[in-house]
Design a protein. Structure first.
Length: 341
């Protein structure tokens, strides 16, 4: 059983009454300070590799520590793809636990649409099987979606079964001066704001791509073929904010970040989703959060030095009637997984 060592670590930590900090491949290490007091580490990077690829069923299962690049390579051998073009150096489990944004979300939808099943570690060192290998396998509460974006606080993700698509014949990136017309969303398979430019990706046959590119030039007149969007340097600032606003207000949110002194702004902007990096001493968080709130959105801290978090909560309180706390108490008593999140 590939999870024996992981489950033993959970049981031992619980016996010693130590909370566990889940570690993947380290791509987000240091984003937030570790919890105070004694704790143990739960490494998952060794849980890597494909479990099963099922081309007929358009599904595949991988261990959670598998790099996204390895997932893509394994699926390419079968002419398939998982449309989440997330950072290729990150682990599959890390991407799922973070509920990460990715350029293809513009055309293919959120992560929850592309995960059929999960295996999750429980607080008593058991494996919980959620979902399965088909779309029609959920009765009652859909606990798969519950764990996506939970950042490991409800339990470590051990493996995932993914919903797949046939790989398109061609994928072509283009770049242009940013425009935020909602009509673009129906034309593109991926979109990303990066280095002050808007990048869009079109998938399909060559004639389909050329036809959609010509249609997109109505809003992006200087659209030209390009390489994939550049990844912002890591990190371009020690303070990293994630913003979500109505798509129609994305341009205003970007402008607010630039005015506040952002070193870089990136993300699937056509959906109103952005990430902004700042030097910790060059932004006034209350003012920026107030601006984003006035746009009907939210801004929360993804990474920050301890001195920033001492004065500003990572997330502002939202009205949840206490259900999130009750859920965490039930699935991870004593905040036994990632207590600092």
């Amino acid at each position: 059983m590939p999870f024996t060592a992981t489950l033993n670590t959970i049981r031992e930590a619980r016996r010693r009454q130590l909370p566990l900090v889940i570690r993947g491949r380290g791509s987000t290490a240091g984003w937030l300070p570790d919890p105070p007091g004694p704790w143990a580490e739960l490494p998952l990077s060794d849980l890597a590799g494909p479990v099963e690829v099922n081309p007929e069923n358009l599904s595949a299962s991988f261990l959670a520590g598998t790099p996204v690049s390895a997932v893509d390579a394994a699926l390419a051998e079968h002419g398939l793809m998982w449309p989440l073009d997330a950072d290729r150096g990150r682990s599959l489990g890390g991407v799922l636990a973070a509920g990460a944004d990715y350029p293809g979300r513009t055309g293919y939808g959120p992560i929850r649409d592309w995960v059929l099943g999960l295996q999750v570690g429980t607080s008593d060192g058991q494996v919980l099987q959620l979902g399965g290998s088909t779309m029609k396998n959920v009765a009652g509460y859909d606990l798969v979606k519950l764990h996506l974006g939970a950042r490991g606080t409800l339990g470590p993700l051990l493996s995932a079964t993914l919903r797949l698509l046939p790989r398109p014949l061609r994928q072509q990136w283009f770049t242009a001066t940013p425009a935020f017309a909602p009509e673009l969303r129906s034309l593109v398979q991926a979109a990303e704001l990066s280095a002050g430019r808007l990048y869009i990706r079109l998938d399909g046959r060559s004639e389909q791509i050329e036809h959609r590119a010509e249609a997109a030039r109505h809003w992006l007149p200087d659209l030209t073929p390009a390489a994939a969007p550049p990844t912002p340097p890591s990190p371009p600032g020690p303070l990293r904010l994630r913003l979500a606003v109505p798509a129609a207000r994305a341009a205003e949110a970007q402008a607010a970040c630039v005015t506040a002194g952002a070193a870089a702004v990136a993300g699937p902007v056509l959906l109103g989703l952005l990430t902004a990096w700042f030097a910790a001493d060059t932004v006034t968080l209350p003012e920026l959060r107030q601006t984003i709130d006035s746009l009907g959105g939210q801004a929360w801290i993804q990474a920050a030095p301890a001195e920033v978090l001492a004065n500003f909560p990572a997330r502002l309180p939202t009205r949840q009637d206490g259900w999130a706390d009750r859920l965490r108490t039930a699935l991870a008593p004593g905040r036994c997984f990632n207590p600092h999140l």
